[in-house]
Every structure is written in C-alpha cells, then in structure tokens.
Design a protein around this ligand. Structure first.
Ligand code: WT7
Length: 631
C-alpha cells in the first residue's frame, strides 16, 4: 500500500490489484445496478442448488421480498456437504483455541461428522423442521456445530450471546417459544469460569415451553442438572442415535435459517429472520469479493457467533467459501495483551476481521506487544460495528498490518445480513470512511424532504434498492418489520437503517452514527428504552433517560439521568447499586458509565423525553430548537 499526501488516500499495491478476486469497481457496479437480477443470479451460480429458482426476486408482497423464489437449497449443503466431494474434504475447516490453551482442529470431513451427530441428537429430541432452538454457549466448536446442526435439519436457531443475563435470555426463549435449549456448563473468560448453565437454569424457571436442555461439558465445574430435562451432550453423543450420517434437508430458498434478536427503538428486542437462499448468496458473495478470499486462507473473524457478524462472517460465509476459520474462546488480553498477536503468528492468520472497540482496547497497551510477533502472514484487515476513528485506523494499518494490508471498513446491520457499504481491496482508502456501496446497492443520503443532500452535508442514510441479504421479517410481528424499516419512506419504497451519514466529493460515504434511539457501546447495539426500563425496574428509581456520550475505548458510553422515588437522595453507593442492577438485568455491556441524579427530565408536550437536549447539555453544546419542550 502507498499513502499519497495530495489526495490523503491509501492506494493498493500492484500485486493486490493483480491478485484480487474483483479487479474493477465502477463498471461492475454500473452493471449490477442496471442488471440487478442478472448480477445476483450470476452470484447464486457460485452455490449449489437442489433446484434452481423460478424467479430471482418475487416482489409481490413488499417489503417481504422473496429472493430466489422456487429455489431449493440448504446453507449446510454449501458450507459442508459440497466440500466433501472435493480436496477440501481434508482441509482444515476449523482451528479452535480455548482461553486456557486447549486446541482442537477439524477438517471439513470431521466437521461433517460432528454436525451430523449433533443433528441426529436434535432429531432424537423431536426437533422438527421450522422449530426454533435457542443456543446459549461460549465460543467453543460445539456452538458452531449446534448452529449448523439446526440448519441441516431445517430447524431455526436463535443464538443468544453468552454475555447476556438470565432475564435477557429468558425474554428471547419466551418470544421464540423454544422447546430445546443448547448450552454448556461454562466457558473461560479472563481465567475465570463463566457459569452459563446456572444462568440457563435461572432463565428457564420462567420459560414454560422448554422441555429439553442439552449441555456441553467445557469447564467441568459443578452444575445443577434437572432430571428429565437436562442431558449432557457427551452422554448423548455416545448413544447409537448419534450416528455420523445425517441427510441434509432440502429446503425452500425462503425457509427460515435463524432468528437473531436485536435492539431497536422499542423496549423489546425483535427477532430478525434470515432465510437460507438469499442470505447464503449475499454473505458468500460479499465475503469472497470484499475479503478477497483465496483457497489457502486462514481467516479469523474475532466476533462472537452470538452477533450477526459471527453468523454471517464467522460461520456461514467462510465455510461456504471453503476457508479455514480460526476461533478463540476468551479475552483478547489474557493472560497478556499479546494474546491475539501470538495466535496470528502461531496459526499464520491471513485475514483478521474485528471491531474498532477491540482494537482500541489493545492499542492502549502500546506497540511493543504487537511488535513481539511476526504478523507477516496478514494480507487483509477488516473492521465493523461502528465508524473506525482515523487514529485507530492508522494504528491498525501501520502497527498490525505493517502498511501492507488494505482495511475493509464494512458498514452493515443485523437486518442487512451482510456488507452494504464497504471498500474492496482494489480501491483507494480513506481512514474512517466505509467507502462505497457494495454491488447492487443504491445508497442515498437525504434531507427531511427526501432529497439527496449536497456533498459534505449530513443527512439520513437510506437504501433505495433491495438485496438478497435483507432480513425476511420479524418473528411473530410482521407489522413491526414494516413500521420499523419501511414506513418512513413508504412512497419511495426505501429501507431506513436509522443511521446518519455524509458523502464527500469523491463519492465516499462517511457514517456518522445512529439517528434513532439506539446506542452503540463497544459496537454492541442497545435500545435506550431497554436500558431505561432496566433502570426503572430498580426499586428506588421512578424515571430514567439514557444518552450516549463519547468514550475513549467504547466509542460511546451510557450516561443515565435518574429520578429517584420521593424522599430518596442520590449517593455514590446508590449509583453503584443501580449500575449493577442494570448489568444484572441486561448483561455487563449495558452497565451505565455514570448515573446522574436529577429532579426533572426535559420532555416534549406529548411526554417524550428529549434525549438530544440532555446530550447537548452534557457536551456543553447548543440545545437546539426547544419550542416543543414542556418541562
Ligand atoms: C449498526 C448496526 C453489522 C455487524 C455489527 C453491527 C453501526 C456497523 C459500521 C461501520 C459505522 C457501523 C451502524 C449500524 N455500524 N458497522 N463500519 N461504520 N457504523 O450490527 O448490531 O445490527 O448494528 O452498527 O450504526 O446501523 P448491528
């Protein structure tokens, strides 16, 4: 790569362009917009179908688009089965390192065996096509087997992030009405055992639909097993029912693959649905083109499978593309801040995909921890979750990537399934910009009259076209899908992501941040309403409002304005107690940075809390238009 001071851009070297899977952007982009269906049909040909589609996209029931309608496919056929007939059979599919140093590796042949056994166990528990299985696990290979096993038999998985509290887990199990939950006794994090099984036990006390809990042994500490409900995975896997042969279910392209709960503007997280066909095409195409995947690559997506990044770019797309994936169980700085770098060296990782918050967390220990290691295997880097600040970008580029690796700053969402705005390795880069729309996508930045804003001006980001990775709905609530994403631009038929952005005079897009009631803390997505209801759930709190304020490591941190019950006065102890209460209710990621006791909150006449006023005050900025304020 070379940096050009005149343009302030980073240019790819000749050999990057020469060897790239996609060698040109503008013409192919133009083609993909003018021939959207043909473009996606060509990409779909990279996968194997049991039966080809009748129609690339059926738009008869907007906004519930049916991609590859009439087609028959299964993501597992493409992620595992088809590799077995090629030399990939003997290639490593998975390298796993536990935080305690345990290492396990699996070829595609072995992956097929493990997933088939798991699938047969699920079948023996009566799991049927279309049934939603909740998975709550640490980052161990069995987490991935459980996901793939569900998909293989046409069941729908709902992975709940292992850092969530028992309340958050219970909410999701109840909404999905899961009968079967897959978990582990625990996992390692910073040398300590996280006791997942007891969190599951607490959650399930209030989940009447749950009949079966399958528990994988990871830490072997003592756990409570309930008779006739709880089964050890290692007991089941030694039974004759756990055969290593299991047929992959032939599914409709629009049969659901998974639910993933995510936060929005309302109090309750919603279960976004992704389906086998369009999702497989979109994620495998974006992964192959943007990460420039080569057969010999060792690829590390450092996200947890509990988030969409883990679903799309740790599990499904890399396996569809026949990559060797690396996964790591624990904390990046355990036992020392060189843990990540030592593993990149040890396993010869070629591509690293992570978040700005993780990078900032490692950057603060200084360059020497990185420089101890030979990272010359790295060829390409990726970033996701929030805009990457230029300082972090430059550190990633020079210290981690040795000024040799392009950085793919990928903008997308749980709802979009895959990358929407992203560079390609062949285009010049600007630190902090997610660059250009991916093929097939028309991106707009508009003002309140739905007109494109001028270059350099801030506006609302909109997606004017449709794409195969788009979620196919919200579980149990189709109306919410319409209201949340399509109502605002109903006439235009545009999708509303809820972000604001700018486009510069070179056509590069700069994401500014959420423009709705969603807060991004360390790249994690939290709804203000969810955090506020956890605050109000504390016996001393009557009302609360939360806002994000800039934070050096987390990007944003939650600041909570709290009104106490009559007669109570705020204290340091009470603030700590309230913080811990939120952490217990929602999980540690939602823990407020600061509690500010107050007597009133600024509200509109209709009673809506004006969070922007709180934020402006906290930052010492202009409070803007206060004409609608009541208090
Ligand atoms: C929101 C979606 C998609 C995987 C992880 C997050 C923010 C995501 C970027 C980026 C600027 C980004 C947006 C978006 N975001 N990637 N590269 N640059 N902002 O998924 O939890 O559904 O959150 O994350 O605000 O709307 P998610």
């Amino acid at each position: 790569m070379t940096f050009d001071e005149k343009t302030n851009m980073y240019y790819p070297s000749e050999d990057i362009i020469e060897n790239a899977n996609v060698k040109e952007y503008e013409q192919l982009y133009k083609y993909s917009i003018e021939n959207r269906d043909a473009f996606w049909a060509e990409q779909a040909e990279h996968l194997q179908w049991y039966k080809k589609w009748d129609k690339v996209v059926d738009e008869s029931n907007k906004p519930f688009y049916k991609w590859f309608a009439g087609g028959k496919i299964n993501v597992v056929h493409n992620a595992i089965d088809r590799h077995l007939a090629t030399p990939n059979r003997n290639k490593l599919a998975l390298i796993w390192e536990g935080e305690n140093g345990d290492v396990r590796t699996y070829s595609y042949h072995a992956l097929n065996r493990e997933v088939s056994k798991f699938a047969n166990i699920l079948k023996s528990m009566g799991v049927k096509k279309g049934e939603i299985v909740t998975i709550y696990m640490p980052q161990i290979p069995e987490q991935i087997y459980a996901m793939l096993a569900c998909a293989k038999i046409g069941a729908v998985h709902s992975v709940v992030y292992g850092g969530f509290s028992h309340e958050a887990l219970g909410d999701r199990v109840r909404d999905a009405e899961s009968r079967v939950v897959v978990t582990a006794d625990g996992g390692y994090r910073r040398g300590k055992v996280i006791d997942l099984k007891s969190i599951v036990n607490d959650a399930i006390d209030n989940c009447p639909t749950v009949e079966v809990v399958i528990t994988v042994k990871r830490t072997a500490h003592e756990v409570v097993m309930v008779n006739d409900r709880d089964y050890w995975y290692h007991d089941l896997v030694s039974l004759p029912i756990a055969s290593s042969v299991c047929e992959t279910e032939q599914l409709d392209a629009n049969d659901p693959l998974f639910l993933l709960y995510t936060s929005g503007s309302t109090g309750k997280p919603k279960g976004l649905i992704h389906s086998h066909g369009g999702y497989s095409v979109y994620t495998s195409t974006t992964h192959r083109m943007v990460f420039d995947i080569k057969p010999e690559d060792r690829y590390w997506c450092a996200a947890d499978p509990g988030w969409i990044t883990g679903h799309s770019y740790l599990v499904y797309s890399p396996l569809m593309n026949g990559s060797t994936i690396f996964i790591y169980e624990g904390a990046p700085n355990h036992p020392y801040p060189n843990r990540w770098w030592s593993m990149i060296e040890k396993y010869g990782i070629n591509i690293l995909y992570t978040s700005p918050t993780a990078l900032r967390g490692l950057m603060r220990y200084g360059d020497s921890w990185v420089k101890k290691h030979d990272l010359s295997s790295l060829r390409l880097l990726g970033s996701v979750g929030e805009a990457i600040n230029p300082e972090t970008w430059k550190w990633y580029y020079s210290v981690v990537g040795n000024e040799k690796c392009p950085i793919m700053d990928t903008w997308w969402q749980t709802e979009t399934g895959g990358f929407m705005i992203t560079p390609l390795p062949i285009i010049p880069l600007k630190p902090g910009s997610a660059s250009k729309p991916f093929f097939g996508n028309e991106i707009g930045i508009v003002n309140e009259h739905n007109q494109e804003v001028a270059a350099g001006e801030e506006g609302s980001l909109v997606i004017k076209s449709i794409w195969p990775g788009l979620a196919t709905g919200i579980y149990n609530d189709p109306q919410k899908f319409i209201d949340t994403y399509w109502k605002k631009y109903e006439k235009e038929g545009w999708y509303e992501p809820g972000d604001s952005a700018k486009r510069d005079s070179d056509g590069y897009i700069w994401i500014i941040g959420r423009s709705d009631d969603v807060i991004k803390v360390s790249g994690y997505r939290l709804g203000t309403a969810e955090v506020e209801s956890a605050l109000v759930n504390h016996p001393s709190v009557v009302e609360a409002a939360v806002i994000p304020l800039p934070h050096k490591l987390k990007g944003n941190a939650i600041h909570a304005f709290v009104i106490l019950n009559n007669g109570l006065t705020g204290s340091k102890e009470l603030a700590t107690e309230i913080k811990n209460h939120v952490s217990k209710m929602m999980g540690p990621i939602a823990k407020p940075e600061e509690i500010i006791f107050t007597d009133t909150l600024p509200k509109t006449r209709s009673g809506k809390i004006m969070r922007r006023v709180l934020k402006a005050r906290a930052l010492g900025l202009d409070e803007g238009d206060l004409s609608t304020i009541e208090e």
